[in-house]
Write a protein that binds this ligand. Sequence first.
Ligand SMILES: [Zn+2]
Length: 254
Amino acid sequence: MIAEGQLDTTLKGPLRLRDVGFKDGLMVLVPPAPGIAFTTRLAGNLSLSAGDPAMAASNRTAVSEALGIPDDWATARQVHGRGVVCAGVAGAQPPEADAIVVREPDRPAAVLVADCVPIALWGPGVAAAVHAGWRGLCAGVIEAAVATAGAAGELSAWIGPCIGPCCFEVGAEVPERFALTHPDAPDCCEGGGQEETLHFDLRRAAAAVLEACGVEVAGDLDVPCTCCDQRFFSHRSDGTLQRQALVTWVGGTP
Ligand SMILES: [Zn+2]
C-alpha cells in the first residue's frame, strides 16, 4: 500500500472526495450519485488474482467497512465480453462475465479495473457494475447490462476514471470495430491522418452507447485518466496486475 504522502490526493474535476476515515490509507471517491464508490491506489490492490489474495481480501474489507457495506462483493471473472450475471451465491466461484447486476440491498457489485471503463448503473431497486474496455464496448456489454438491469428510461449511469484519450493510443482496428458494431455512434477518435497517432476516447464512446440505450449519464465525462494520473493503477502505464474497484450497491450512500 502506498503511503498517503506519496500521492497527490488533491481532487480535480467532478469527483469529490468523501473522507471515509482514511482507515489504513483508504481513500474512496464518491461521485454525485448514490451507492457508488471508486477506489484509488490508497485503498490498495483489490484484485484477488494479483499478488497476495489475502491482502486484497483485507483491502476489500477495509473499503467495505469505510463505506458501511458488506465485504462479500459480487464479482465476475472479467473476460472483455458481453456476459452479464445477476449476483450469485455468496462465496461461490465468480462466474465469467463483465457486468454484475444486484437487486439485494446487502450485496454490493464490483468490477476491477486499471484503465478499462468502469460504469455504474442504477435505477429503482437495482444497481450494476460494468467493465468495458474497447473489446467489451464493441461486443455490446453496455447494451447487455442495461437490458438485464431493467427499464432503460429508469436507469442512470456514471462513468468512472479510465484511460483517457490522452494516453489511449490505438491502431485503426479500434475505431473500425467500434464503427462496425455501433454505426450510429459518433466518431470517438482523435488524431489520425498522416503520421499522426490515433487516440480513442473510451469515455465518450461509452457515454454514446449508454445514451443510445436511453440511459441518462450523470456527471461530467471529464474524469481523471488512470494512465497519467498517478492516483490510480494503470495497466498501460506500468503493466501492473493490481486493480482498483468500482463498487456499487442498492440503497445508496447516507
Ligand atoms: Zn492520460
